[in-house]
Design a protein around this ligand. Structure first.
Ligand code: LLP
Length: 435
């Protein structure tokens, strides 16, 4: 059986178990007290952890090149978190008009946002152009033509980068690998020159750069270098056609520790990627292109936990279940990817027998589980932290089973602040009753 015991502080330096009182603290705040004050299920984020993770990226490219860190909003789109990152200097990677509206509401600059996604609608393109979006990362020939049409109609030049699909294996879960030719993302290396040729001669398109994102939760850095080599070879080919690209967007994807993974850090990966681009530019006696990266999970993943409470303990023919008040609608990753999230009681019990539990939610689906076969010393009423829930947690939450979405709290220097109130039943009914 796999050892699933995780020391919380190995996931996030700001998560500490106090050995005197047995309570779990996050950036100095007592999580049991927060669960009592705000109720559960509750997402709790550490401001310090988010900013440290962002600064690790900013620092990794300090003095190396003209680089922007475009935080991937899909990982966690709470406006208060976006505001912190905007104030720290981040740009944003967005995939919908809704995400752009969030960035703007947070005080972020549309001009520092890059708009990715395979199915941008005419309305979304109009909105983004009207807001002065930094760049469209274009994912197909048809989309390039659509952006050109909208730009022409609005008489506004659209900055474009082509997202290329380098066909490298990111060696991650098949649902979150994006750089293989069987994935729907990007344009193949063989089609790319033709799409660039179209964009380059179009009066309302401004060819800005090239974009490449190969997948998420990467724990091995080598696919980044393979992808970059292919991108640079394509840039040589384009240069021979008279198309000179001066910007590279190298995507996101650096993984985090959920159990015992040892993913590379930004300091391991970015300077080497930037160094390769620098060598390439020097050999060709051309100016160093500007660069951007699009990290999501590695900024917020381990800066968040989901707090929940045990409703009942239940035994079915020797199989033990802990039924908790968070469910797949709050945190979809286990149901969707069989993802592992560590679980820790907010107050450690010293007495009583540990038991192996499947930790499950109240939703009417057998797939509604949050953890399987975990040794826990718990009783009904105990509160638990589901770890590493800051990325792709609340952003993937739904109202399935007509459950309201959880509240969100951020800790800033030990103090908790509500940054999204719990969704009420009235909130859920309104779009139907308002008609
Ligand atoms: N850029 C693009 C174009 C992307 O598609 C993504 C993620 C990112 C950046 C950010 O990647 P990150 O640094 O977060 O790995 N729901 C899944 C993850 C889906 C990732 C989708 N694209 C999960 O919960 O694991």
């Amino acid at each position: 059986m796999q050892n699933t015991t995780v020391n919380p502080s190995d996931l996030c330096a700001h998560l500490q178990r106090n050995t005197d009182d047995g309570h779990l603290y996050f950036e100095g705040a007592n999580l049991q007290a927060l669960a009592e004050e705000f109720g559960t299920p509750l997402y709790v984020y550490s401001s310090a952890a988010i900013l440290e993770a962002y600064h690790a990226y900013a620092k990794a490219c300090e003095g190396l090149a003209n680089t922007t860190i475009c935080y991937a909003v899909k990982a966690n789109s709470n406006i208060h978190i976006l505001r912190k990152l905007a104030q720290a200097g981040a740009g944003f990677d967005i995939v919908s008009a809704g995400e752009l509206a969030r960035v703007i509401a947070a005080g972020g600059l549309a001009s520092k946002a890059v708009f990715a996604g395979v199915g941008k609608s005419v309305q979304e393109i109009e909105y983004a152009l009207g807001q002065g979006v930094g760049c469209f990362n274009v994912e197909s020939e048809a989309e390039m033509a659509r952006i050109a049409d909208v730009a022409q109609r609005l008489q506004t030049k659209a900055k474009v980068s082509l997202r290329v699909n380098p066909d490298v294996d990111a060696k991650t879960h098949p649902y979150i690998s994006t750089g293989l030719k069987e994935n729907k993302f990007g344009v193949s290396m063989t089609l790319a020159p033709q799409v660039y040729a179209f964009a380059n001669q179009h009066p309302w398109l401004d060819v800005h750069g090239i974009d490449c994102h190969i997948g998420s939760q990467l724990t091995d850095a080598s696919p980044y270098f393979d992808a970059l080599d292919r991108v640079l070879a394509l840039l040589d080919q384009l240069a021979s056609q008279g198309i000179h690209i001066n910007h590279l967007d190298l995507g996101g994807g650096i993984g985090i520790r959920y159990l015992n993974e040892t993913p590379p850090t930004p300091a391991d990966v970015l300077p080497k990627l930037i160094g390769r681009v620098k060598d390439w530019a020097q050999q060709r006696k051309r100016a160093m292109p500007s660069l951007s990266f699009e990290p999501g999970r590695s900024i917020v993943g381990n800066a968040g936990v989901l707090l929940t409470e045990v409703e009942f303990l239940k035994v079915n023919e020797g199989k033990h279940f802990a039924i908790v008040n968070a469910a797949m609608n709050d945190l979809m990753r286990p149901a969707m990817y069989k993802a592992f999230h560590a679980i820790a009681p907010l107050v450690e019990r010293t007495q009583g027998q540990a038991q192996h539990y499947d930790v499950v939610g109240p939703v009417c689906e057998s797939g509604d589980w949050l953890a399987k076969d975990r040794a826990l010393r718990i009783q009904a009423g105990d509160k638990l932290a589901i770890m590493s829930a800051g990325a792709y947690g609340q952003t993937m939450a739904s109202n399935y089973n007509s459950r309201g979405r959880a509240a969100e709290v951020i800790i800033e220097q030990g103090k908790a602040r509500l940054i999204r109130r719990r969704e009420t039943i009235e909130d859920q009914l309104r779009p139907e009753l308002d008609l």
